[in-house]
Design a protein around this ligand. Sequence first.
Ligand code: NG1
Length: 400
Amino acid sequence: MNAGSAAREEAVEAFARSFGSPPVGLVRAPGRVNLIGEHIDYCGLTVLPMALTRSVWVAFAPAMRGRVRAHAADEAFAPVEFATGPHIGPGPTGDWGNYVRAAVQGVGGVSGLDLCVATDLPVAAGLSSSSALVVAVALASLTVDARALPDRTALATRLAEAERYVGTAGGGMDQAASLLGRAGHAVAIDFDPLRVRPIAFPAEWRVVVAHSGERAEKSGAAQEVYNRRTVETAEAAVRVAAAVSPDALPDRVSPYRWLRTRYSTEELLTAASDVLDSPHLERFRHVCEEADRVDDAIGDLERKDLSAVGAALDASHRSLRDDYEVSTPALDELVRCMREAGAAGARLTGAGLGGCALALCREGALGEVLEAARAFQTTRPAAPAAFVAVPGDGAEVIRP
Ligand code: NG1
């Protein structure tokens, strides 16, 4: 039995244990690993993740009218119960049930739902387990009430907004990757309006995902840093726009896109150095240069130029470490180990502040890169084991 089907069985069995009868349906919603384009989705700029085969599984059945009961196969997550409706009050900060509440509220409520969750995704790891949970619960809610599934692009946009219920001012990358991923492909995601372009991922390339041993818990201090970065980047864009075009009104939705269609990165950074101080200048530089790296990496991926994509990953990590200040010593060390073992490039992935790093390599270098990651992890007993990411399909509803 592979890891995915083990999580699926776990969800079904734990459902029967919790509620005393089998589920009527199952949803699989994948996590994602972001190849490149970090901390720029909330600036409205293109990102390049891939959906994983590792997923959140939700077993579900209709339930008592007006109630949602959510259990997890992992007993570390206590059962949650709440009244459904268009406005659902939050549970305590950091409670996993808030992602369930966010999803149910995001689809406008549900008549009544029992569900049980299991996953083979490391949690709080920068692999988007939270958005996978939101997507899975939303699909379960729509299915249990036999409602027509909205177009996936519209649903991804709606759920990105819905997940902000938990207090993180996130962008829309994760929900889009989970709903619109494609097996064997990375997906280039544009925003406002959301558009997803699958880009074939070369069959002979490998992506190793390794945990740094520190949780990237976005319900505590990391949430505060994340939200602060969204404010800093927005403030920086407004100031630069005012400096370069005092008489024009930049696009309120995406001032970065507005700026980037009119000026080169060099021009923008020159203007920024006149009007921004630290840390706004560094944050602005990261956003502009990361957006350039994504544009280049899409072309390099299509041309199967491994060393060019690898160099972009390395540069992205340096920028996230020095300009965006979301790396940690453990992530830096993990990236260095995998790079020295022969990866073409490596970087932290996801929001950072703990969680995972990824390394890109050819099949021939895989053994050594994995071994380097596992050697690093022997010093971090809390780290879930490193694994090879397989680009998978978006979420699916399955009736057992
Ligand atoms: P993770 O890595 O799952 O915490 C977060 C945001 C993304 C994106 C990345 C950084 C949410 C749900 N996800 O992802 O939108 O901004 O950080 O690139 O807030």
